[in-house]
Design a protein around this ligand. Sequence first.
Ligand SMILES: CC(C)(COP(=O)(O)OP(=O)(O)OC[C@H]1O[C@@H](n2cnc3c(N)ncnc32)[C@H](O)[C@@H]1OP(=O)(O)O)[C@@H](O)C(=O)NCCC(=O)NCCS
Length: 204
Amino acid sequence: MAGEDFYLITNLLCMYFYHHVSGISFRRLQESDLPKLCQLRADSWQDTHSSVVPSLEQEKEWYAKLTDSDLILVGKSNDEEIGIATFHKIDHFNKNLLIGGYLFNEARARGYAKDAFAAGVDFSFEYLGMHRIYAEVLESNKKALMLDLGYLGFKKEGVKRQHIFKCGKWLDSITIGMLYDEWANCERVKSYEGRCCGSEIRTT
Ligand SMILES: CC(C)(COP(=O)(O)OP(=O)(O)OC[C@H]1O[C@@H](n2cnc3c(N)ncnc32)[C@H](O)[C@@H]1OP(=O)(O)O)[C@@H](O)C(=O)NCCC(=O)NCCS
């Protein structure tokens, strides 16, 4: 399939998607979400690679620069918006992307993290047709490492030593990745026969 066709289909599918395993639905981020995103970035600053907490103006500039290689989705469960899933550097030729996930503060420590992270992974392989997905996690982010390497089955691929300076400390940045076969053959996905996202695809 030609790259442009793929972008078109991706854009249509990503207006709304439903992860039937968890009941979490996703819609595209809109400009009106930016104040909430600002707060989310402030709440998550300690665990991420960002040097600064962006202002609303900076957030708007960031939003305006998003391209076809970026997809940002807002997740919702039981009528409550719970967080953001990010897909950057989407490369349809080599079929890989950089994935990230953040829960809103009010949604943390309520058991959403596993399902929400799994939904982002399933979406990448099942809908976007990726061959490899990867993420960068700070060594200090024990929860994310436990979720990604433990629960989801990412593999540790490399370490950027002392890559980030945060709160007076040099921190390693750990690159983790997952291949399509590893995803398709994990017990969680096999039990759903690789159809975690279900068939409820809406374009509005
Ligand atoms: C990472 C994040 C999604 C986790 O969500 P959460 O609701 O706070 O996480 P939970 O309390 O449900 O814990 C999730 C899992 O992490 C692990 N965990 C929790 N606390 C932990 C700790 N102190 N040390 C190690 N692992 C821990 C457990 O495996 C837990 O699963 P459990 O249900 O079996 O207990 C959330 O904290 C967040 O949005 N952080 C900011 C953004 C971020 O770090 N994103 C990842 C960047 S790649």
